[in-house]
Design a protein around this ligand. Sequence first.
Ligand SMILES: [Zn+2]
Length: 439
Amino acid sequence: MDSPSEFSQFTLRSFTVSDERRTPVFRVAVHHSGTDADVDALVRDVEAIVREARHVFGEYPPFEGNTYTFIADYLPWAHGDGMEHRNSTVLTSASAIQFNRSNLLDAVAHEFFHSWNVERIRPKSLEPFNLEETNMSGELWFAEGFTNYYGPLTMKRAGLSTLRAFTRDMGDAIEKVTTSPARQIRSAVEMSRMAPFVDAAAAIDHTNFSNTYISYYTWGSAIGLGLDLSLRDRTDGKVTLDHFMRALWEKFGRPGTNVPGYVETPYTLDDLKSMLGTLAGDATFAQDFFARYVEGHDVPDYARLLGRAGIVVKTNAGRAFAGELTLQDDPAGVRITADVPYGSPAYQAALERDDVLLSVGGTKVTRSADVDRLITARKPGEPLPIAYERRGARLSTALKLVEDPRLELVPIEETGQPLTDAQRRFRELWLSSAARNSF
Ligand SMILES: [Zn+2]
């Protein structure tokens, strides 16, 4: 079950990398519609990821057969996915290497990180894996989420992406977690337990997940970022998330297996908490971090933490906002096609999915761009009359606009402010190749 096979006309490349204990063979098998030159370019970048990732843990896992295989299918008819295995990964995408290299590589970085985190550093809730019933796990914010944090981080450290691309990824995660009403409903641990209902599962009836669910991938990566920066902030860069991952590897991953296919020492949530306390030299810090951000509903102070690396959280302060509405042009006006976010001005004004907006502020609307324009032309706090149609009835309401909570992360030097020496140093220790800071 954990060793996928593919029979196809693939192109095969391989390389070895030594970690001083072992010299595993890495194979890249690509079934695609591009050229051999595309594969060669891809493999160079895969090797950079493979080299970079091991500096977090200090060593490669002892791959069975001493070989790890990337099986990639980049074909127009493929359904995009990535699946981790102990000694391989299957990566599929409908796009070609030539046109979508950085996204394909991001999936490579993510799945390869799993060969430590989840394949060997494994939550007890998934061990042993039950092939007949659901393994419900409260640790996917860590197993998937921290892996999701390390994907873009590894790309940045390996020189395969830009600071801008990295901050865009992190900004998207922070924005989602900060603004979603779902955060007040379930914690990151509880979101993890939703996996059987959301990951690869398709609900056939309407759910309210857009209001009640945040992906544990997204929330987990935001927690990973928050924890990495908090540790660096507390210790001036001496203790980092890399140390945490390595300590977990040594305690839970390295002991390996006695029975093939079973992880000898799986971890629990309390294990993660106590390891963090030990590493930080402060059990209260670990208790508090977990209580607030993992088992609670708070978010770390990202603006302050990112400020240490000279990254600014830029908001749309002063801009009017009615809630993140999904709109579609409709013969009668503009239709709301997804759930209205709980607590937003549109929600307070009792607007609902499938309502058709007819006029905004007295102006007739026929395109979704009209609605956006009429809202942003106003000021936060202003009332905005709306006429709409619901199941044949014409109704009216008024939005009380608020300030736009959406955000973007911007390197401080792009805002016209100087990057200080301390910020530069903090940023370099965090984002430059971990090989340089190897401990
Ligand atoms: Zn994953």
